[in-house]
Structures are given as C-alpha cells and as structure tokens.
Design a protein around this ligand. Structure first.
Ligand code: GRF
Length: 200
C-alpha cells in the first residue's frame, strides 16, 4: 500500500515507520514537511524516499491545505500518516482523507488533547500516561483510537523524562498501526477503529 508521511520536525516516528514498515506492507512514496529545517527530510533522503517542503508560514490555512492536498494527490496514497506534523488541518482536508489518515498523539486519549501533554499529566498527579494512534477526524486529537501504550509516571519525573518514556512506546505502536492498515486488517468504521484480531 502507498503511504505519504507528513512531518514538521525530527521525524523519529517517520524513522521507525521506515525501519519497520517501508518495503514490506507499506511503500512510503513521499515525505512532505511544512518546515524546511525538519531533520526528518534527511531521514527520507537517506532512505531514498522523495521528500519535499511545502511552507505553511504566511499562508492561510485554506491556501496551505490546498497546496498540501495537491502534492499528496499526485501520489494517490492509500494512507496518509501524520508523524510529528504540527499543523491543524482544515475540515475540508480531513474529510478528503477521513478513514485513511492517522496521527500519533502523546497522551492516553481522550485525556490531554492539544499540547504540553507530559507536563499536564505530571501536574495532575497521574500514575500513568502514554501515547495513542488514532484516525484523524475534524475533532483535534479526537478521532477513533486504534492502539495505545501506557507508561508509568514517577513522582520525580521531569516532562522531558516522561516524554522520552512515551516516545519509546510511540516508536513501537505507530509502525504496528501502519502495518495493520496496509495489510487490510484495520479500518475506520464510523466512530470506531476496527482491527481484525488475527492481526494481534
Ligand atoms: C512525537 O513525540 C509525537 O508525540 C508528536 O510529535 C512528536 C515529535 O515527533 N506527534 P517526531 O520525532 O517528529 O516523529
């Protein structure tokens, strides 16, 4: 299955998907970044995956999303993967890819939608935190959850330490979700993600 990955930064999730999925269930046909300095662009180049930048700075959401959609449609992907992509997409864009666009969010959704999730979990005194892979819908960080991973929160945790513990799990569960979708065992059915349990 053809996959397009959208990034904005380091691309550690992109790298995990390249290492664990590319050339097997998934064929990453393009990496697109909205930041010219995203290290993930180098990761794509190192893997001989076409990479391009579409700047969002100074553009309205509608203009940027239109340019992004045009670039994506050239590849006719089966799946769009948001991997550290730090843009809120317009409802029109989301509708276009509903059911075949996924995202990873560093919290146990539906808790802590939005930013600064690790500090919020620490401040709330949560004993557990984690990461969630979900289908993207018009609700920000709100679509049907596909898979989650839990990590403990220690009393003396700094946000950076908790973030590192969460990211270790992200790099494990995101490739799983990509493999399940690309092998036809994961679909979005209305408000739910449906996984053929033979996939487990
Ligand atoms: C990740 O930790 C993820 O939770 C969030 O963006 C962060 C950076 O991702 N979506 P990456 O290293 O660019 O993949």
């Amino acid at each position: 299955k053809k996959v397009v990955v959208l990034i904005s930064g380091n691309g550690s999730n992109l790298q995990a998907i390249i290492d664990q999925c590319h050339g097997q269930d998934a064929d990453i046909v393009a990496v697109i970044s909205n930041k010219a300095d995203a290290y993930g662009l180098e990761r794509a180049q190192n893997a001989d995956i076409p990479a391009q930048v579409i700047l969002s700075k100074g553009k309205t959401r509608e203009v940027f999303d239109g340019q992004l959609m045009e670039a994506i449609e050239r590849h006719q992907p089966d799946l769009v993967v948001l991997a550290g992509f730090m843009r809120i997409l317009t409802p029109e864009f989301v509708r276009q890819y509903q059911g075949k666009m996924i995202n990873i969010h560093p919290s146990l959704l539906p808790k802590y939608q939005g930013l600064n999730t690790h500090q919020r979990a620490i401040d709330a005194g949560d004993a557990e935190h984690g990461a969630s892979v979900h289908f993207v819908t018009e609700e920000l960080d709100g679509g049907p959850v596909i898979v989650q991973a839990r990590v403990p929160v220690f009393d003396d945790d700094a946000a950076s330490e908790l973030a590192a513990r969460v990211q270790t799990q992200e790099l494990r569960i995101y490739p799983l979700a990509v493999k399940w979708f690309c092998s036809g065992r994961l679909i979005m059915n209305g408000a739910h993600a449906e996984l053929d349990n033979a996939a487990l």
